[in-house]
Design a protein around this ligand. Sequence first.
Ligand code: P6P
Length: 347
Amino acid sequence: AARKKSGYELQTLTGWLLRQEMKGEIDAELTIVMSSISLACKQIASLVQRAGISNLTGVQGAVNIQGEDQKKLDVISNEVFSNCLRSSGRTGIIASEEEDVPVAVEESYSGNYVVVFDPLDGSSNIDAAVSTGSIFGIYSPNDECIVDDSDDISALGSEEQRCIVNVCQPGNNLLAAGYCMYSSSVIFVLTLGKGVFSFTLDPMYGEFVLTQENIEIPKAGRIYSFNEGNYQMWDDKLKKYIDDLKDPGPTGKPYSARYIGSLVGDFHRTLLYGGIYGYPRDAKSKNGKLRLLYECAPMSFIVEQAGGKGSDGHSRVLDIQPTEIHQRVPLYIGSTEEVEKLEKYLA
Ligand code: P6P
């Protein structure tokens, strides 16, 4: 009855993807890649939700019942993601936060798409059952991508060079991006370049069900999400910005601080409630902590599709041409008015 009231006939992610394909928004190949990613996320969701239990059933602590070394969840999540992408038969190159270099999918299974992902971001939070997430981005192959011909690239074999060139594309080239948040509910959020959609996993039958269409981030929001433990190491302009957020001002109400310490959780709240999430550069890490390819660029694509902004403090994250796979950039992302206000302080 609730569903009838809401006017949603039940749309699963699979059904929604097929509808986009029929509308010509995506081709059949990309549909298959997206489905393989959603399968990986469902498998990771069940691993995360049983982390404590499977640890117990690991019986001998570090060795599991098959006598193999108990692998850390982010290593297992990486294997799950890689295997699902490989068996989709539509993925050509994968780059993971967990792998040193991007890898080409073996010839027999190889397809077109280039997929970058962080299989389990925030995994240090697992033991305390705090939200975690998987983040991904999908590109078309692009052999001509300009990457500065730094000698360490030219020293690599041609196949490795080809993989790196194909992966090091600016976020502007993204065809699709998304994340799956493992929290009080499992929520799959994605954009194919025409709006942002969210799907909630219905544990009753293991399908992602459409719950929000064309998500729009509030233009402004009075929540800021920074790790203020680093305050002393930030530059003065940023300190001034943070200090002013705490000024109750004429309304008598300062901004609220919310920080989960897990990008996907902090981002998802910002996307729905508005505000700003920031991971600045600081005295100890001159480019901040977050990775451009599989954290900052996919999240920036999503937030721009929702009407928000993703900045490195001075320019659009999506304009940045990556020069190495695991390069870090400072990230300020969220409501347009909040990000623009921050950029004025840092100018
Ligand atoms: P800090 C998790 O390790 C992560 O990569 C993001 O998910 C999170 O936003 C950030 O690092 C937290 O880092 O330094 O505040 O603990």
